[in-house]
Each structure stands twice: as C-alpha cells, then as structure tokens.
Design a protein around this ligand. Sequence first.
Ligand code: HGY
Ligand code: MN
Ligand code: MN
Ligand code: MN
Length: 400
Amino acid sequence: MTTASELLVSIDDIGVDRARGGFSRHVFDHAEQELREWFTEQARSRGLQVTTDGNANLWAWWGEPGTDAVVTGSHLDSVPGGGAFDGPLGVVSALAALDLLRAEGFTPRRPLAVAVFAEEEGGRFGVPCLGSRLLAGTIDPDRARNLRDPDGVSFAEAMRSAGMAPERAGRDDVALDRIGHFVELHVEQGRGLIDLHRPVGVASSILSHGRWRFRFSGQGNHAGATPITDRRDPMLPASRLVLAAREAAFGTESARATAGRLVPTPGGTNVIASTVDVWLDVRSPADAATRGLVDDLAGQADGYASEEGCRVEVTEESYADTVHFDAGLREELASLLDDAPMLPTGAGHDAGILAAHKPTAMLFVRNPTGVSHAPEEHAESEDCDTGVVALARTLEHLAS
Ligand code: HGY
Ligand code: MN
Ligand code: MN
Ligand code: MN
C-alpha cells in the first residue's frame, strides 16, 4: 500500500519549476496535463472509473457513479514557485485513504469518488477555483469561456486544445447532484496546528476574498528625454496603491491585502510605462470589511492617479464570500478524529466553493514551516500518514 508521501514523491518531478525553486503549474499546461495522466493511471490501477466533466474536472469513481456520493479530492495546479503540497497532498491522500479502506475490507454503501478540480489557483485565467465554480454554477459559463490568459488564449480555446468541448462548460448538474458530501484534505497554510501541537485539524471557516485589477494609465515616453516635471507616469500612483493597501489592511480587523502581481506595459527599463496593472488580493473575516477596504483603496487610487495626470480603472476579477463550514458536520468529524482542533483558514479552496451547495468539510495536515505558496511549504511524512488515516475514517463514517 502506497503512503501519501510515496505518492507525492512520485509526482515530485512533474511540473517542477526549479528555476523559481518550486512548482509552477496551471490548467492545461504541459506539467498539469502530465499530472492529470498520472492521476488517471493511479486511479485506473485501483479499478476506479475515471471521467472528465464539462468543466475540466476529473472524477475517479469507486463503484458506479451515483447520487449522494461521498467525494474527496483537491487540485493539481499550483502557483508560480509554489510548494509541493498545496493541492497534491489532498489528491494523493484521497488515493491512499481509498487504499487503506480497501485493505481493511471496507465496502462503501454509497458511491465514493476522488475529484481533481481545474485551475484552483487561477494561475492562468485569473479566476481561482474555476473548475469548482463552473460545477457549482457560481461563474457564468460564457464569462469563463472568454477568460484570457496573459498570451490572449481563451479558456475555451485552451479546453479545445486539451481535447475538451468548451460548450459543455457550466453547471454540470449530473456531477453536482451526485455529491452527497465533499471533504477536502489540505496542507495547512499557516501555523495553527504547529501552535496547537496537533497533526490534523478540521476547518471552521474561510476568509472572504477577492481579486481586483487596478489599471493605471498615463503617457508612455522616453526615460531620458522626458523631464521629470513633464510626465504622466502610471508607475507612481501604482506604487502608492501598494503601500496604501498595507496601511488599509492594518486598519481593518484581520484583513490581508496583497499586491502579488504588478505589470507595467511595455515594461522597458528605459521607458516610462503607458499603463501599470496592479492586482490586489484582499481578504478578511467579513465580506463588508473586504469590500469596504477595496472601495476605500479605489478612492485613494483615483486621487493618486489624478495627482500624476493619470487615470485608473478598477475591475473585480473574482470574489468569494466568507465560508462557515457546516457546524454539525465539522463537530461530527472533530469528535470522530480524536477531538481534532477546529481552525479557520485564510486560504481559499474548492471546498469553499462547494460549501454553499453541499455538506462540506476540510481536514488540515500540519505544515511545520507554516509557509505556503513558496518552496518552504512542507508536511512531515508521519503527519501525512496521520492525515490519510483521518481522511479514511471520515470517508468510512460518511459512506457507511
Ligand atoms: O489563494 C488561495 O487562497 C488558494 O491557495 N487558492
Ligand atoms: Mn494555493
Ligand atoms: Mn490549495
Ligand atoms: Mn532609443
């Protein structure tokens, strides 16, 4: 029987962007496609029936696909320079948990499936949890089909070149209605379990979070020939926004505001940019606080832009409300799992999207560095194995 750690090692070198020190995979890129094939082989070698739904999500069924299934799983894409556990740990733990249940002779009374959701990080098309949002019907399929990556390739074109039919994208009632319960195991992205000295925890809530693009427009010009007094340089209001975001987050209870991506156009060293795009990722425990913080920053950005003779246009690219996981289910699992501690997460997940539609829970596995979305993300083998047992007990409990 393979352990989660052994399965992780077997995918370790697929899609590793060592140049940046970590993994870097997004939907339909070569590495992610290789991982999809790896998952399909692993599932089929276990006698699971593998299908792809109209939203590019993979489903591996133990038994006939049916309704009221117990579904577990996560994602295989990563962020640029990401860690090895965020996503894959949930997928390999699901396979290892099924192995354990079969070795124990368990026969589920309800269909059991492992799901692999597409584009959870939004690394290519900018909208996180794209596959699970399409499944849940929380993104308009036409908007999704027309999302474009930095090279201008649409999600529909990318689906087509991956051999899928983009016209099928959208709420796949068959798949959503098949889910009775969804449980996602995930490496913890934070220090909660370190401080609690526990290997496994149960999620209580997810911060509300969204992504906004602030596009500052000015006048492109020559870096040497343009007097400093005669410029409309969009890099200046953009830079002030990055600092203002931090100040605004300090001023809002448990808020986080991150400018992870800033793209000047055309981006020449000796060129005053014509436009500068700043993507802000803003999160907080309360929807109103998140949206209030963004509105406040949009007002400030307007002021910074006009002071420099520039303009700014703000576009909301994605948003997910605060998630409070089903209280009954999380209590049930916490007591099933040796009184596992409950803890909130600041990271978004496919489970967060499905929680609005189906009884959903998350299990976290301790991350001794507390770091995520960076190569230092980690989970010790024995904690991974404890996580697999916890997931197996959970699936057994729900599918009996
Ligand atoms: O960004 C997030 O919170 C998650 O890792 N997709
Ligand atoms: Mn992530
Ligand atoms: Mn994740
Ligand atoms: Mn020149």
